[in-house]
Write a protein that binds this ligand. Structure first.
Ligand code: MG
Length: 260
């Protein structure tokens, strides 16, 4: 099932993506399914008639794994960590599909990182690898936008990873997916830049949930970015970046000068 969040008359609404007479539709839900379950209100809207938003605004945090693919760790000039390397992005960095990524004045080297993202479904702590799938609401796509120069300069990554608009999420959440071997690709202006598989992750989704929840309570709506394959590279104002994860869809955003 694909769960989307979209701009309603007043507040954002949620719905389940389907099809009617060959036309993609959204069946509107009563409330946020993370908290209210899946109660349909009986209204269907053509998908083309709605503006999709980030499918979730993390209630407390976006947790990220660094260097979780061997070839990406190598291109960053380092070894694969022996334990998951964890950092945070603020929930204020989240934007939705089609929303602009603002290129900050403080960087001269803004990179894309296409990633599989996990949406947590319930409050949890100290989850075992075996039980990890029980706390997952679903999966979406993320761009872990990174000011590469600031990442090296600052040591701490809060600024390099945490500007407003540095966490595009979407286009929806797929609730029924096996994350073990999904192709992850990134295109910049239509040119292929990244092409990896989640089967190459050093630490699996279950490993990461077990590790993170061993020291940090996870809340419903928290999002975990699982790391990027190799092939990361720079984006400039005017560029269009599209990330595709097999079984989910494609997340596209444009890079915009902060002065536009
Ligand atoms: Mg990343």
């Amino acid at each position: 099932m694909r769960v989307a969040r979209f701009a309603g008359d007043d507040d954002p609404q949620f719905g389940v993506i389907g099809e009617e007479d060959g036309v993609p539709t959204i069946a509107v839900l009563k409330g946020d399914p993370l908290y209210a379950g899946f109660e349909l209100v009986g209204q269907k809207i053509p998908l083309d008639d709605v503006r999709l938003l980030a499918p979730v605004i993390p209630r407390s945090k976006v947790v990220c794994v660094g260097k979780n693919y061997v070839k990406h760790a190598a291109e960053m000039g380092g070894e694969v960590p022996t334990e998951p390397l964890i950092f945070l992005k603020p929930n204020t960095s989240v934007i939705g599909p089609g929303e602009p990524i603002f290129y900050p004045d403080q960087t001269e080297n803004l990179h894309f990182e296409g990633e599989l993202a996990v949406v947590i479904g319930r409050i949890c702590k100290d989850i075992s690898v075996e039980d990890a799938s029980k706390v997952i609401f679903g999966y979406t796509i993320a761009n872990d936008v990174t000011a590469r120069d600031l990442q090296a300069k600052d040591g701490q990554w809060a600024r390099a990873k945490g500007f407003d608009t540095f966490c595009p999420l979407g286009p929806w959440i797929e609730t029924n997916l096996d994350p073990a071997a999904l192709r992850v690709t990134t295109e910049l202006n239509g040119d292929p830049r990244q092409d990896g598989s989640t089967s190459d992750m050093v630490f699996s989704v279950a490993d990461v949930i077990a590790y993170v929840s061993s020291f940090m309570t996870l809340l419903p709506g928290d999002v975990i970015l699982t790391g990027t394959p190799d092939g990361v590279g720079p984006m400039l104002p005017g560029d269009s970046v599209s990330i595709t994860v097999e079984g989910i869809g494609t997340l596209t955003n444009q890079v915009v000068s902060a002065h536009d």
